[in-house]
Write a protein that binds this ligand. Structure first.
Ligand code: GLN
Length: 538
């Protein structure tokens, strides 16, 4: 069977289309279907890699090294499986492909137009993923809001897609917003009526409406929406704000969304096996006690930039059964005073780019090292730990990364020779999964269940400089993990410290609610003071 579900958004952005798509994926996968999820992003960037986190939040990285929209992270976490570069399609990629074909002469002299050339390329991408990966159900989230100029080619393509498929193979879900007007105490359906009107103008009649908002809608609103949008009232679902995104699959399943979909798409309405999912949520609600974690970063006011990190902490916190209260510290503030770090059970320095805040992060690493507070350095956070150690233990006061100080006489973090001539910015970092071999019987190896190696995801340019390995190790900063092929340091730890760990990769991208990441589990245990020597995770 080959079924397709398209999800569009109305009224405004940030309503949780990504989480809704991911939740549908979870439900249908729990029914035993082979499901995948695609995200269409209507912007002209080739990928999210070159985008400022202030505009688009976190750049998520897939196993095969694509820099994608953060919704891919939701999909992976809810589906509990890896997706790939084909799962995130941008307008930039579509136009690039069409123009390349035109230059090659593949269109045999035709005039290249949005319809059919651009729309054909969009449809080809959907079928490619569904067919190549043998999926029963392909969910496609169309980014942007209906009414935007940018998303029109995608909407036209999915309209055509439905016409090309057999009856009963395609369903349209429209996720919209129902504001609550305090002055009159009313839920307002008008924006939804307009938004569906807009969709119908371009030939798409939604089968299902999911109404988002602060409050649940009732019969009255459903009747009204049904009347004005031509959607049956039993196909209108209410989805008000929840305190935990992982509850959304349960809410939608209870409300009967999968039996509605099975009627529209003519597939068997199976029971969804959501027991382990429910247990994960229950574990979270049974948490007792709290540890305090300081996260020292650059974009602290912008939580979307650290979405996967926050989720990875949540997964481990649920699993261990302890609350983790996170205090986000603007790195620059630590340059003048460390008072913000007092009383913290752990310090984490996440990934990042650019010089701002780096000195403050170095202060944080020094504080953790000297005061024996558990430290986890991720990517830039590992580089920071190395710089701090080189300056304050090895005594090289100007030690730095050449990213921040090209002139330093101790470039402990540097570009590899072959990287030094790269001029293109997009897609030229070390990206995606690389093998990390554990070259020593260290704490980190144990944390990973004593495996010989693991694959972890990368997104960075600079590397630990091998010239300084011996000096670092002679004073106790051990390099435990390595990408052997290129002799690149991947993981470090400090001898004699309860937990001082740095990794050149991003473990947060591989943490899932149903399989929390071992490094985060161990880090929280260390913060609790209960990390035992013989304990292994994973
Ligand atoms: N800026 C550093 C580098 O490019 C670290 C990147 C990161 O933390 N993702 O190597």
């Amino acid at each position: 069977m080959k079924k397709y579900i398209f999800i569009t958004g109305g009224v405004m952005s940030s309503l949780g289309k990504g989480i809704t798509s991911a939740s549908l994926g979870r439900i249908l996968k729990s029914e035993g279907y082979n499901v995948t999820i695609l995200k269409f992003d209507p912007y002209l960037n080739i990928d999210a890699g070159s985008q400022n986190p202030f505009q688009h939040g976190e750049v998520f990285v897939t196993e095969d090294g694509a820099e994608t929209d953060l919704d891919l992270g939701h999909y992976e976490r809810f589906l509990n499986e890896n997706l790939s570069k084909e799962n995130n399609v941008t307008s930039g990629q579509i136009y690039e492909a069409v123009i390349k074909k035109e230059r090659k002469g593949d269109y045999l002299g035709s005039t290249i137009q949005i319809i059919p050339h651009v729309t054909d390329e969009i449809k080809r991408r959907i079928r490619y993923v569904s067919e190549e990966k043998h999926k029963d159900i392909t969910i496609v989230e169309v980014g942007g809001t209906v009414g935007d100029i940018e998303s029109l080619p995608f909407l036209e393509a999915i309209r055509e897609f439905k016409m090309e498929e057999c009856e009963g193979n395609v369903a349209f879900i429209h996720l919209t917003y129902i504001p609550y007007l305090k002055t009159t105490g009313e839920l307002k359906t008008k924006p939804t009526q307009h938004s569906v009107g807009e969709l119908r103008k371009i030939g798409i009649q939604p089968n299902i409406i999911i109404a988002r908002g602060e409050k649940d809608i009732g019969k009255k609103e459903k009747n009204k929406i049904a009347l004005f949008t031509n959607v049956r009232k039993e196909n209108i679902f209410s989805l008000s704000d929840v305190d935990l995104m992982y509850k959304v699959p349960l809410i939608l399943y209870e409300a009967g969304i999968s039996s509605t979909l099975s009627r529209i798409l003519h597939f068997n309405d199976r029971e969804a096996k959501l027991d382990s999912w429910k247990e994960m949520i229950n574990k979270g609600s049974r948490r007792k006690g709290t540890v305090k974690l300081a996260i020292v970063g650059k974009y602290v006011e912008l939580q979307d930039a650290y979405l996967s990190l926050n989720e990875a902490i949540r997964h481990a916190s649920f699993e261990i059964g302890i609350n983790v209260s996170t205090k986000w510290i603007e790195a620059e503030t630590l340059e003048s005073s460390t008072s913000e770090l007092k009383g913290m059970n752990g310090i984490l320095v996440p990934g990042g780019f650019g010089k701002r805040g780096v000195e403050g992060m170095i202060v944080a690493a020094q504080f953790a090292r000297e005061k024996r507070i558990p430290y986890l350095g991720i990517c830039l956070g590992m580089q920071i730990a190395v710089i701090e150690f080189a300056r304050n233990v090895l005594g090289w006061k100007d030690a730095h990364s050449t990213e921040f100080s090209p002139e330093t006489s101790h470039p402990v973090i540097d570009l590899m020779e072959e990287q030094k001539n790269i001029s293109n910015k997009g897609g030229t970092m070390r990206l995606g999964a690389y093998r990390c071999d554990f070259i020593k019987d260290s704490l980190i190896k144990k944390v990973y269940g004593n495996k010989a190696y693991v694959f972890e995801r990368h997104r960075h340019r600079y590397e630990l400089n091998n010239r300084y390995r011996e000096a670092l190790e002679s004073k106790g900063l051990e390099i435990d993990g390595e990408y052997v092929e290129k002799h690149l340091g991947e993981a470090i730890h400090l001898q004699g410290h309860p937990f001082f760990v740095g990794v050149q990769f991003h473990p947060e991208f591989k943490s899932r609610p149903l399989s929390p990441h071992p490094l985060f589990l161990a880090f929280i245990r260390a913060m609790q003071g209960t990390l035992k020597d013989e304990e292994v995770f994973a």
